[in-house]
Ligand binder design. Structure first.
Ligand code: PRX
Length: 638
């Protein structure tokens, strides 16, 4: 039996049971046999969820880039590590071997050092999906600097909030980015953001679009000339197991985004282990995850997990619709992709297009299909299974979160029988629990409740940067001795888990987590707006879309609603990014409120979803008359 590579269902159960019986020796064996340590740990695990404090492999010393790069050089130096597929197919793919990656990361790390970056410093990376993104992430890790990657679709305001929250000293960006037939002025966004970031002394600019940009003297530096001069050897900085590796922001239901802090050793072990098993990765495979490295999926399953296993990982700069809707499948055929990992929203968008875009290509190399980010609906699951996998490639519906660092509940392909919409079984080491509303655990099967995890796993986030109290309140205060995920789930008759969706005010739109509060704050900045409330409603492609109820101040009442809607969506785009724009806006005469003044979102949600036949108890409302008005007004909202 191998703990590291599970190959059939019986073996899964054996390994899973072992991980329950003795989690510490379970992870210790894996850590010992499959990774490179500069110093061994003194203690595998110490934990206390009441503080909360979790430490894995304490006392150990390592560098994650030695695990992701150096140790492969002797046997896989000429193997492709990163296969870069550009936005424009005529530009041609780039195969970056492990040897080349080693040199590029070393040079970049030396540039960081020459610009004054030291172990523990925070570096913000705001780059499109070009090789420099993966290289800069690894270069930070090489010298023990903490990377904070911000998805390059976020606005200047969102970027500056994230830069300031963790006091980044440096920003790494590019002149611009290509997305389909659009060119985006990334450097302009950075310049705007930095007007309110005093702590940033250096901006390194990679050349991508060759756009005409401004370079601020003393602050902005072109990356390439610095790389040209840099030494190609950079000794890895040894860090402690629990030293932070990166910060990654995720939306909360209220307040500013949370900078989740992931530490080094546990994250490395868990992302590598889950990559190996969930994708059944084998040496000659070509693995492709279509996420952006700006999200956790890209961190764990484009960069760290695959590289720690010596894999070939595809990095795609473009979008699924450019030059046409066959692009994903063209890439699968061209590079003979074996594992393909994407989001339900992409599947739904592609399923709407002509099947010719799929059938033109030879997809026979595929062995495993994955989905992540939101529940996958049955129709999309079948389309994926029938047309992409040709009923031959198991679908792994992987449930996890930015906070969990790695996949938590997922089938193991070729072992776990799959059922559409079910994430199925917990991975080894993961102990899920379902809780009722009073905080009691629901034991046994055929139960539905709130999903918690009862025991620590190596890649869990350790804190929220600069706000440990918020970390405790958000994740460890709802239930005693358990991590609360914010999701609802059911466990069926055989013990399979199905995720039913968020139980808080986070709405997942096209796989992106959006908190309602920051969007409402942006809307409320409009001078004509008195109040607003955002809810989600089902959408064919996005999964959920945003529906905004907006009440106007008297001064705004005579104004043209079309213009106002545009101005409000522009405000949201400026403050957060285009992903948070409202699909529907209802200018309302009032919002339903409880006697304590809280907006009753439950009712607003039902109206937006056109489920008005049973609105539940409205008797506690301060203004019950507003409900019928809202229903009537909603009929004309398009
Ligand atoms: O609600 C769950 C949903 O996405 C949330 C986590 O979002 P984020 O931190 O952005 O990470 C996304 C990528 C790991 C979860 O709380 N979610 C994620 N995967 C699934 C899912 N919901 C249902 N099924 C999934 N497979």
């Amino acid at each position: 039996m191998s703990n590291y590579h599970i190959k059939h269902l019986e073996e899964y159960w054996q390994v899973y049971r072992k991980s329950l019986r003795n989690p510490e020796s379970f992870w210790e064996e894996i850590a010992e046999e499959h990774f490179l340590w500069r110093k061994r740990w003194d203690n595998v695990l110490s934990w206390d969820f009441s503080k909360p404090e979790v430490k894995w492999f304490e006392g150990a010393e390592l560098n994650i880039t030695e695990n992701c790069i150096d140790r492969h050089l002797a046997t896989r130096g000429d193997k492709t590590a990163i296969l870069f597929e550009p936005n424009d197919p005529s530009e041609g793919a780039q195969h970056i071997t492990y040897n080349e990656l080693h040199e590029r990361v070393s040079k970049f790390a030396n540039v960081l050092k020459s610009q004054g970056i030291k172990k523990g410093d925070r570096v913000c990376i705001y780059l499109p999906m070009i090789p420099e993104l993966a290289v800069s992430v690894l270069a930070c890790a090489r010298i023990g600097a903490i990377h904070s990657v911000v998805f390059a679709g976020f606005s200047a305001t969102a970027l500056s909030t994230r830069i300031n929250d963790c006091d980044c000293k440096m920003v790494i960006c590019s002149d611009g980015s290509f997305r389909g037939n659009k060119t985006i002025d990334l450097k302009g966004i950075v310049d705007e953001a930095l007007k309110s970031c005093e702590g940033v002394s250096t901006v390194l600019v990679a050349e991508r679009t060759k756009s005409d940009i401004e370079m601020k003297e003393g602050r902005d530096k072109w990356l390439q000339p610095l790389l040209d001069e840099a030494d190609s050897v950079c000794k890895a900085t040894v860090v402690k197991a629990e030293d932070p590796l990166f910060i990654l922001y995720t939306s909360g239901s209220t307040g500013k985004p949370k900078g989740m802090v992931h530490t080094t050793a546990g994250y490395m072990v868990y992302s590598a282990y889950t990559f190996k098993n969930v994708f059944q990765y084998r040496e000659a495979d070509v693995y492709w995850c279509t996420a952006d490295i700006g999200w956790i999926t890209g961190h764990s399953y484009i960069v760290y997990g695959p590289l720690a296993n010596g894999a070939t990982t595809v990095m795609f700069e473009g979008v699924p619709s450019y030059p046409d809707y066959g692009r994903f499948w063209e890439i699968v055929e061209k590079h003979k992709v074996t594992q393909f990992y994407t989001a339900p929203t992409a599947i739904r968008a592609l399923a709407k297009e002509n099947l010719e875009f799929v059938n033109k290509y030879d997809l026979s190399s595929l062995k495993v299909l994955g989905t992540v980010g939101e529940p996958i609906n049955e129709e999309a699951w079948h389309w994926y299974n029938d047309n992409i996998g040709k009923k031959n490639s198991p679908i792994v519906d992987t449930w996890w979160q930015t906070e969990t660092g790695g996949i938590m509940i997922s089938p193991i392909p070729y072992s776990t029988p799959t059922i559409p919409t079910y994430a199925t079984l917990p991975l080894p080491g993961i102990q899920p629990a379902l809780m009722d509303e009073n905080g009691k655990e629901l034991k046994g099967n055929q139960v539905e409740g709130r999903l918690c995890i009862k025991f620590p796993w190596p890649s869990m986030a350790r804190t929220i940067y600069g706000n440990h109290e918020r970390y405790r309140d958000t994740y460890f205060s709802a239930y005693e001795n358990a991590y609360f995920t914010g999701d609802g789930a059911l466990r069926d008759a055989v013990g399979y888990y199905r995720i039913t969706g968020r139980v808080d005010d986070v709405i997942i739109v096209s796989g992106h987590n959006l908190g309602t509060a920051p969007i409402e704050d942006a809307i409320n900045e409009h001078p004509a707006v008195a109040e607003s409330a955002i809810v989600g409603y089902p959408h064919d492609i996005k999964g959920n879309a945003l529906y905004g109820y907006i009440t106007l101040k008297e001064t705004g009442e005579g104004r043209n609603h079309d213009n106002l809607s545009k101005e409000i969506n522009q405000l949201i785009t400026d403050r957060i990014g285009p992903i948070a724009k409202l699909n529907k806006i209802q200018f309302a005469s009032g919002l339903p409120k409880t006697r304590s003044g809280k907006i009753m979102r439950r009712i607003l949600r039902k109206i937006a979803c056109k489920e008005t036949s049973n609105l539940g108890d409205t008797s506690t409302l301060l203004n019950p008359e507003v409900v019928n008005e809202l229903i009537e007004q909603s009929l004309v909202v398009s």
